[in-house]
Design a protein around this ligand. Sequence first.
Ligand code: FE
Ligand code: FE
Length: 217
Amino acid sequence: MSSSSSGLSSPRSFQPDSGQYLEKFFLDQLQDIYYAEQKIAQSLPKMQEAATTDELRDAFEDHLYQTQRHCRRLEKVFNMLGQRAEGKKCEAIEGIVREAESIINETEEDTMTRDAALIMAAQKVEHYEIATYGGLVQMAITMGQYEVAELLDRTLMEEEDTDLLLTEIAECEINVMAEFEGINEEQGEMGEEGEEEEEGEEGAGIESENAEENETR
Ligand code: FE
Ligand code: FE
Protein backbone atom coordinates (compact mmCIF):
# COMPACT_ATOMS: atom_id res chain seq x y z
CA MET A 1 0.00 0.00 0.00
CA SER A 2 2.93 2.33 0.34
CA SER A 3 3.12 3.54 -3.26
CA SER A 4 -0.49 4.56 -3.50
CA SER A 5 -0.19 8.17 -2.41
CA SER A 6 2.85 8.87 -4.54
CA GLY A 7 1.93 10.67 -7.71
CA LEU A 8 -0.90 8.52 -9.02
CA SER A 9 -3.28 10.83 -10.84
CA SER A 10 -6.56 12.03 -9.42
CA PRO A 11 -8.89 9.29 -8.22
CA ARG A 12 -11.15 7.71 -10.76
CA SER A 13 -14.73 8.73 -10.72
CA PHE A 14 -17.01 6.41 -8.85
CA GLN A 15 -20.49 6.01 -10.24
CA PRO A 16 -22.26 2.97 -8.91
CA ASP A 17 -25.55 4.32 -10.29
CA SER A 18 -24.23 4.10 -13.82
CA GLY A 19 -24.78 0.36 -13.67
CA GLN A 20 -21.24 -0.87 -12.96
CA TYR A 21 -21.71 -4.07 -11.05
CA LEU A 22 -18.47 -3.96 -9.08
CA GLU A 23 -18.90 -0.35 -7.99
CA LYS A 24 -22.45 -1.09 -6.94
CA PHE A 25 -21.36 -4.11 -4.93
CA PHE A 26 -18.45 -2.19 -3.39
CA LEU A 27 -20.82 0.53 -2.20
CA ASP A 28 -23.17 -2.11 -0.84
CA GLN A 29 -20.35 -3.67 1.21
CA LEU A 30 -19.20 -0.27 2.46
CA GLN A 31 -22.72 0.31 3.76
CA ASP A 32 -22.70 -3.15 5.28
CA ILE A 33 -19.47 -2.61 7.23
CA TYR A 34 -20.54 0.92 8.22
CA TYR A 35 -23.66 -0.57 9.78
CA ALA A 36 -21.54 -3.31 11.38
CA GLU A 37 -19.07 -0.86 12.95
CA GLN A 38 -21.92 1.11 14.48
CA LYS A 39 -23.52 -2.05 15.82
CA ILE A 40 -20.19 -3.14 17.33
CA ALA A 41 -19.74 0.27 18.96
CA GLN A 42 -23.13 -0.16 20.64
CA SER A 43 -22.28 -3.62 21.89
CA LEU A 44 -18.74 -3.10 23.20
CA PRO A 45 -19.73 -1.24 26.40
CA LYS A 46 -21.91 -4.22 27.38
CA MET A 47 -19.03 -6.61 26.73
CA GLN A 48 -16.71 -4.36 28.69
CA GLU A 49 -19.03 -4.22 31.67
CA ALA A 50 -19.49 -8.00 31.68
CA ALA A 51 -15.78 -8.86 31.52
CA THR A 52 -14.09 -10.29 34.60
CA THR A 53 -10.48 -9.18 34.21
CA ASP A 54 -9.23 -5.61 33.96
CA GLU A 55 -7.11 -6.67 31.03
CA LEU A 56 -10.11 -7.65 28.94
CA ARG A 57 -12.13 -4.62 30.09
CA ASP A 58 -9.31 -2.36 28.96
CA ALA A 59 -9.03 -4.19 25.65
CA PHE A 60 -12.75 -3.72 25.00
CA GLU A 61 -12.56 -0.08 25.99
CA ASP A 62 -9.65 0.56 23.63
CA HIS A 63 -11.45 -1.26 20.89
CA LEU A 64 -14.52 0.91 21.37
CA TYR A 65 -12.46 4.03 20.65
CA GLN A 66 -10.88 2.28 17.70
CA THR A 67 -14.29 1.25 16.38
CA GLN A 68 -15.48 4.84 16.58
CA ARG A 69 -12.44 5.86 14.55
CA HIS A 70 -13.31 3.17 12.01
CA CYS A 71 -16.74 4.76 11.60
CA ARG A 72 -15.16 8.18 10.99
CA ARG A 73 -12.74 6.66 8.51
CA LEU A 74 -15.59 5.04 6.60
CA GLU A 75 -17.39 8.39 6.47
CA LYS A 76 -14.25 9.80 4.90
CA VAL A 77 -14.28 7.00 2.32
CA PHE A 78 -17.93 7.65 1.46
CA ASN A 79 -17.03 11.29 1.08
CA MET A 80 -14.05 10.57 -1.17
CA LEU A 81 -16.32 8.53 -3.41
CA GLY A 82 -18.96 11.25 -3.51
CA GLN A 83 -21.48 9.10 -1.68
CA ARG A 84 -23.65 9.72 1.36
CA ALA A 85 -22.52 7.82 4.43
CA GLU A 86 -25.27 5.41 5.29
CA GLY A 87 -25.47 1.97 6.76
CA LYS A 88 -27.37 -0.96 5.38
CA LYS A 89 -28.64 -3.52 7.84
CA CYS A 90 -26.21 -6.40 8.08
CA GLU A 91 -27.86 -9.61 9.26
CA ALA A 92 -24.53 -11.33 9.80
CA ILE A 93 -23.23 -8.85 12.37
CA GLU A 94 -26.67 -8.74 14.00
CA GLY A 95 -26.33 -12.48 14.60
CA ILE A 96 -22.71 -12.39 15.73
CA VAL A 97 -23.39 -9.56 18.17
CA ARG A 98 -26.52 -11.29 19.47
CA GLU A 99 -24.44 -14.38 20.13
CA ALA A 100 -21.79 -12.33 21.93
CA GLU A 101 -24.36 -10.71 24.17
CA SER A 102 -26.09 -14.01 24.92
CA ILE A 103 -22.80 -15.24 26.36
CA ILE A 104 -23.24 -12.75 29.17
CA ASN A 105 -26.39 -14.58 30.29
CA GLU A 106 -24.98 -18.02 29.69
CA THR A 107 -21.81 -17.68 31.79
CA GLU A 108 -21.23 -17.03 35.48
CA GLU A 109 -20.32 -13.54 36.59
CA ASP A 110 -16.72 -12.95 37.71
CA THR A 111 -15.37 -16.08 36.08
CA MET A 112 -12.50 -16.61 33.70
CA THR A 113 -14.79 -18.81 31.65
CA ARG A 114 -16.87 -15.76 30.89
CA ASP A 115 -13.79 -13.89 29.69
CA ALA A 116 -12.66 -16.83 27.58
CA ALA A 117 -16.12 -16.95 26.01
CA LEU A 118 -16.27 -13.17 25.48
CA ILE A 119 -12.89 -13.29 23.76
CA MET A 120 -14.06 -15.99 21.39
CA ALA A 121 -17.19 -13.99 20.58
CA ALA A 122 -15.15 -10.83 20.04
CA GLN A 123 -12.84 -12.69 17.69
CA LYS A 124 -15.80 -13.77 15.59
CA VAL A 125 -16.62 -10.09 15.23
CA GLU A 126 -13.03 -9.29 14.25
CA HIS A 127 -12.96 -12.04 11.66
CA TYR A 128 -16.12 -10.73 10.06
CA GLU A 129 -14.51 -7.30 9.84
CA ILE A 130 -11.24 -8.71 8.53
CA ALA A 131 -13.03 -10.62 5.77
CA THR A 132 -15.01 -7.57 4.71
CA TYR A 133 -12.17 -5.06 4.84
CA GLY A 134 -9.83 -7.51 3.12
CA GLY A 135 -12.25 -7.83 0.22
CA LEU A 136 -12.92 -4.10 0.07
CA VAL A 137 -9.21 -3.26 -0.07
CA GLN A 138 -8.66 -5.60 -3.01
CA MET A 139 -11.71 -4.30 -4.87
CA ALA A 140 -10.66 -0.70 -4.33
CA ILE A 141 -7.26 -1.49 -5.84
CA THR A 142 -8.91 -3.22 -8.80
CA MET A 143 -11.07 -0.16 -9.40
CA GLY A 144 -8.08 2.17 -9.20
CA GLN A 145 -9.29 3.79 -5.96
CA TYR A 146 -5.89 3.75 -4.33
CA GLU A 147 -6.46 6.32 -1.61
CA VAL A 148 -9.63 4.57 -0.57
CA ALA A 149 -7.73 1.28 -0.54
CA GLU A 150 -5.07 2.77 1.69
CA LEU A 151 -7.57 4.03 4.25
CA LEU A 152 -9.41 0.72 4.34
CA ASP A 153 -6.14 -1.15 4.63
CA ARG A 154 -5.27 0.86 7.73
CA THR A 155 -8.48 -0.33 9.36
CA LEU A 156 -7.83 -3.88 8.18
CA MET A 157 -4.44 -3.89 9.92
CA GLU A 158 -5.97 -2.56 13.13
CA GLU A 159 -8.58 -5.32 13.08
CA GLU A 160 -5.84 -7.90 12.63
CA ASP A 161 -3.90 -6.43 15.54
CA THR A 162 -7.00 -6.59 17.73
CA ASP A 163 -7.51 -10.22 16.79
CA LEU A 164 -3.92 -11.03 17.78
CA LEU A 165 -4.21 -9.11 21.03
CA LEU A 166 -7.32 -11.08 21.97
CA THR A 167 -5.53 -14.33 21.23
CA GLU A 168 -2.66 -13.28 23.48
CA ILE A 169 -4.95 -12.32 26.33
CA ALA A 170 -6.73 -15.65 26.08
CA GLU A 171 -3.63 -17.79 25.81
CA CYS A 172 -1.54 -16.04 28.46
CA GLU A 173 -3.75 -16.94 31.39
CA ILE A 174 -7.49 -16.63 30.96
CA ASN A 175 -8.02 -19.96 29.21
CA VAL A 176 -5.74 -21.78 31.63
CA MET A 177 -7.44 -20.35 34.69
CA ALA A 178 -10.87 -21.02 33.17
CA GLU A 179 -9.98 -24.68 32.77
CA PHE A 180 -10.07 -25.33 36.52
CA GLU A 181 -13.04 -23.21 37.51
CA GLY A 182 -15.87 -25.74 37.70
CA ILE A 183 -13.61 -28.46 39.05
CA ASN A 184 -12.29 -26.43 41.97
CA GLU A 185 -15.77 -25.52 43.03
CA GLU A 186 -16.94 -29.13 43.02
CA GLN A 187 -13.94 -30.28 45.01
CA GLY A 188 -14.47 -27.47 47.46
CA GLU A 189 -18.03 -28.57 48.01
CA MET A 190 -17.09 -32.21 48.53
CA GLY A 191 -14.65 -31.66 51.34
CA GLU A 192 -12.98 -28.55 52.62
CA GLU A 193 -10.94 -30.10 55.43
CA GLY A 194 -7.29 -30.97 55.48
CA GLU A 195 -6.49 -31.24 51.77
CA GLU A 196 -3.40 -29.11 51.59
CA GLU A 197 -0.65 -31.66 51.73
CA GLU A 198 -0.38 -32.76 48.13
CA GLU A 199 1.79 -29.95 46.85
CA GLY A 200 5.37 -30.58 45.90
CA GLU A 201 5.18 -34.33 45.37
CA GLU A 202 4.27 -34.23 41.74
CA GLY A 203 7.14 -34.80 39.35
CA ALA A 204 9.62 -35.70 42.08
CA GLY A 205 10.32 -39.10 40.55
CA ILE A 206 10.92 -37.95 37.02
CA GLU A 207 14.44 -36.63 37.39
CA SER A 208 15.76 -39.75 39.06
CA GLU A 209 14.20 -41.96 36.41
CA ASN A 210 15.95 -39.98 33.69
CA ALA A 211 19.19 -40.20 35.57
CA GLU A 212 18.93 -43.98 35.72
CA GLU A 213 18.26 -44.16 32.00
CA ASN A 214 21.47 -42.28 31.30
CA GLU A 215 23.46 -44.61 33.55
CA THR A 216 22.57 -47.71 31.53
CA ARG A 217 24.42 -46.53 28.39
FE1 FE B 1 -13.70 -2.01 13.23
FE1 FE C 1 -12.93 -4.55 15.23
